[in-house]
Design a protein around this ligand. Structure first.
Ligand code: SF4
Length: 325
């Protein structure tokens, strides 16, 4: 569905025209919506301050808005006082974190996205079956730390690239399975999985795709617009996995693409020679930042917006019962 919005500029406007293709779906996913609502409801229910372990979602604007409402962001539980509530971020946490919270009798709310929790449960089941897990993901990302922390040390191995597969020490006699981070590149992951299956034909795949609906939909949407654009801007944080993947997807289509956190980062020279600009936003970037970018572009150009929709999303996740009772 394409929805053109006519420019409001008059015919003698000195600004050159700019065709703006806005990808849909873009921006907030159901897991991010839920995580933000969890912090807001925790603030209403327990009062400020509410501690949040790690950035609730990887977006500075969201984090600053919640800080203004009374959230305090910390990296580890030892920074949380005994009498304060704490929320775990949407990326998920290793098992040791809720265990520590329980030992300290902390009041905690888990904002792990249900689609990440699903991967955690699959990891547990694969270990119960005696399989060694090959986990496809990016080292150091909080989701990877959380998922690898669901199983005992030594029973899960991180695989980041096709090249990593060649160096894996396992044999075709070993009981192996694989899982993936939820926010990976669909195309890169397919290549890694194919390499794993070629080397280990016995490897057991997850029951369903681990890359989440929001990640795949945003990548498909940016693919749809990228080839027709001179430049693609992706709104997202440098530590947001799914946003970085959107930049890569556009670049692989042969289109120049840049990651920006806010409209103020756009430099007028980027627009030189650009007649058609693509715009999208990672799953942790609010729509307000998309409008901010459109407004900034309109300072320099007469913008004609067109929303290119590849699919409609209706996913909504339930809140934890402790916040709805
Ligand atoms: S990107 Fe996917 S896995 Fe991550 S919070 Fe959103 S829906 Fe959940």
């Amino acid at each position: 569905m394409n929805a053109p919005f006519p420019s409001t500029a008059s015919g003698n406007d000195p600004r050159p025209p700019l065709q703006l293709l806005i990808a849909a779906p873009r921006g907030f996913c159901a897991g991010v919506d839920r995580a933000i609502e969890i912090v807001e409801r925790a603030l209403q229910k327990y009062g400020a301050p509410v501690y949040v372990r790690h950035e609730i979602v990887h977006n500075r604007y969201v984090v600053d808005s919640l800080k203004a409402k009374g959230a305090i962001f910390v990296e580890e539980l030892d920074e949380v006082p005994n009498d304060a509530p704490v929320v775990f971020s949407a990326h998920g946490v290793p098992k040791s974190v809720p265990a520590e919270a329980e030992r300290r009798k902390l009041l905690y709310v888990d904002a792990t996205c249900p689609l990440v929790s699903k991967v955690h449960r699959q990891a547990e089941r694969q270990i119960e079956k005696g399989q060694h897990i090959l986990f496809i993901g990016h080292e150091g990302h909080p989701e990877v730390i959380g998922t690898m922390g669901q199983v005992p040390d030594g029973q899960i191995t991180l695989v980041e690239t096709v090249e990593d597969v060649a160096t894996l020490p396992f044999t075709q006699e070993d009981d192996l399975s694989f899982l993936t981070q939820t926010t990976l590149s669909v195309d890169d992951t397919r290549e890694i999985v194919e390499a794993l299956q070629a080397k280990y034909p016995q490897i057991v795949a997850p029951k369903a795709e681990d890359i989440c609906y929001a990640t795949s939909n945003r990548q498909a949407a940016v693919k749809e617009i990228a080839s027709g654009c001179d430049l693609v801007l992706v709104i997202g944080a440098p530590n947001s996995s799914n946003s970085l993947r959107l930049v890569e997807v556009a670049q692989r289509m042969g289109t120049d693409a840049r990651l920006i956190q806010r409209a103020s980062e756009i430099e007028p020279k980027w627009l030189e020679g650009v007649g058609t600009l693509g715009l999208t936003a990672g799953a942790s970037a609010p729509e307000k930042l998309v409008r901010e970018v459109v407004d900034r572009l309109s300072d320099w150009r007469v913008v004609t917006e067109e929303v290119i929709t590849t699919t409609e999303e209706k996913m909504v996740f339930k809140l934890p019962r402790q916040l709805t009772e």
